[in-house]
Write a protein that binds this ligand. Structure first.
Ligand code: PEP
Ligand code: MG
Length: 557
């Protein structure tokens, strides 16, 4: 993801997985065995094969030993890794190479590469097993060289573990009283790191840009709700952030929904999900429904369009997880930072301003129609009829055409407000659709003319920018006048203080990553509607993002 500067402190950004704020020194996993310089073929291939098998057995035995010393999912992960270490397919591939004259180490590397290539091509959950196999490779190679096993050091003081990606065997053995935060530069929300971090309740951020440059011993402040890692922050400010987050955590733990202000003004608190697994995880939180299902994320690795049946099954999983609850499905938002192999997008000099989102339907209306057919089939199969919204709507005509296509499938149409034009003409768009959902990530990018992926411009794409919030206010006002709901589903909704401001601006629901649901709901439950409105007025009168934050804090505490 990205980096932003706050005077001297560099704040690295990633994907939030487990909430919580911790301030501690960094530890890094032990060194991996370096590249193999020995190219000489072994004198005796059968002795080399023996050496290989002994190393594999030693690695598998050690993993099983650690599994026996832990319990629950951690033990399962360790046993599964031990089983994978002895999997016949990759062992056979390595042995074949040794028989043909390779050294054991070269054979291990080549056989693992063969299977990781295959898993990567298969994508999805299989691709996430690549880390497991690479971990086994490193352990076996270390054993072959007589080196200590690579892995997480046991720290003397509570520490934050930073790594490329963590091997399941490393995360499974973690002691949460010593490893108090986890940050990885790779990995996704369903990686082993994320699964184990959730189980252990360790604040965790994955896919953190710039993490590789953070050395062991450096003090960092990790915020698992905001998805940030601040490097070398001011110690007293960091300690204060930890204390106030602890207090908030205590309140969050007691918040069970439904969403409302302290004086009972209802606000839907919904979850952003990427697939069925994420929806099932979100169902474990007090989220009242799904406010944004990013369907394109299900198919990023696909070169050919998924069939209507396959799409219907995928969407049905989310509808089933939230049976009887509101679900908002967004049609494919392909393009720009999320290219889809099958969307037939042209090469463009400026893809963020190009054919993305709903614009793909101009040349390829069948793609949208088949997706709507699949959503309707999923609705019929599950008995849960979702709301359906289009990304990147810029004009009322686009909204009208989209709404008519959605209604043809007996579904409820809405649109996202991500383009300033849509916020400015929200009243005219609302003549055609039943709801709006504001995507503050893109709305900030297009309002401020600043690439949302740019680390240098992160202060411009800050959703606290008063210009962005003025457009949110315009859309919310139009919704209020039309008597139609206007939600926010961009990252702004995951910031508890900003969430109160959004409600004050007239927003009727907030949709955020599961990790943020509790803190947003609990924060809103402490603010009265009049306070939210006062904070909203104060923020709109500000000249910049930092000033807006302070103004909101002054009103909301
Ligand atoms: C947004 O732009 O705020 C949004 C929710 O959409 P995405 O982040 O998927 O572009
Ligand atoms: Mg967007």
């Amino acid at each position: 993801m990205s980096t932003s500067g706050d005077d001297h402190v560099s704040v690295l950004r990633g994907v939030p997985v487990v909430g919580g704020v911790r301030y501690a020194p960094v530890i890094r996993p032990g060194r991996l065995p370096g590249p193999d310089d020995e190219n000489a073929p072994p004198a005796d291939p059968s002795a080399e094969a023996e050496r290989f098998r002994a190393a594999v057995t030693a690695v598998a035995d050690r993993l099983r030993g650690r599994a026996a010393r832990t319990s629950g999912p951690a033990a399962e992960v360790l046993s599964a890794t031990a089983t994978l270490a002895e999997d016949r397919a990759w062992l056979g591939a390595a042995e074949k190479r040794i028989a043909a004259g390779s050294s054991a180490e070269q054979a291990v590397r080549a056989a693992v590469a063969q299977f990781t290539d295959l898993f990567t091509k298969m994508g999805g959950l299989m691709a996430e097993r690549v880390t497991d196999l690479q971990d086994i490779r490193d352990r076996v190679v270390a054993d072959l060289r007589g080196m200590p096993e690579p892995g997480v050091p046991l720290p003397d003081v509570p520490s934050i573990l930073c790594a490329d990606d963590l091997a399941p065997a490393d995360t499974a053995g973690l002691d949460p009283s010593l490893v108090v935060g986890l940050a990885t530069s790779k990995g996704g929300p369903t990686s082993h790191t994320a699964i184990i971090a959730r189980q252990l309740g360790i604040p965790c951020v994955v896919a953190v840009g710039g993490l590789d440059a953070v050395a062991a011993g450096e003090m960092v402040l990790i915020d698992g709700t905001a998805g940030t890692v601040a490097v070398a922050p001011d110690p007293s400010a960091a300690a204060e952030a930890v204390t106030s987050a602890r207090r908030a955590d205590e309140r969050t733990a007691h918040w069970s929904g439904p969403g409302a202000t302290a004086d009972g003004h209802p606000v839907g608190i919904l979850a952003n999900v990427a697939d069925g697994a994420a929806a099932r995880a979100a169902r474990q939180t007090p989220a009242e429904g799904v406010g944004l299902f990013r369907t394109e994320l299900c198919f990023l690795d696909r070169e050919t369009e998924p069939t209507v049946d396959e799409q219907a099954r995928t969407y049905g999983e989310v509808l089933e997880a939230f049976a009887g609850h509101k679900v908002v499905i967004r049609t494919l938002d392909a393009g720009s930072d999320k290219p889809l192999g099958f969307a037939g997008q042209p090469e463009e000099a400026n893809p963020a301003l190009g054919v993305r989102g709903i614009r793909i339907a101009r040349d390829n209306p069948g793609l949208l129609d088949r997706q709507l057919t699949a959503i309707a089939a999923a609705a019929d199969a599950t008995g849960n009829r979702p709301w359906v919204m289009a990304p990147m709507i810029a004009t009322a005509d686009e909204a009208r055409e989209f709404a008519s296509a959605v209604r043809d499938h007996r579904l409820t149409p809405g649109v996202m407000v991500e383009v300033p034009a849509a916020a400015l003409l929200a009243d005219r768009i609302l003549e055609h659709v039943e709801f709006l959902s504001i995507g503050t990530n893109d709305l900030a990018q297009y309002t401020m003319a600043a690439d949302r992926m740019s680390a240098e411009l992160a202060t411009l794409t800050d959703p606290w920018q008063p210009a962005v919030l003025a457009l949110v206010a315009a859309a919310a006002r139009a919704g209020g006048a039309a008597g139609k709901p206007v939600g926010v589903c961009g990252e702004a909704a995951a910031d508890p203080l900003l969430a109160c401001v959004l409600v004050g601006l007239g927003v009727t629901s907030l949709s955020a990553a599961s990790a943020a649901i509790g803190s947003v709901g609990a924060r809103l439950a402490r603010a009265r509607l009049a306070q939210c409105r006062e904070a909203a007025d104060a923020v709109l009168a500000c000249a910049g993002a930092e000033e807006a934050r302070s103004a909101a804090r002054a009103v909301l505490g």
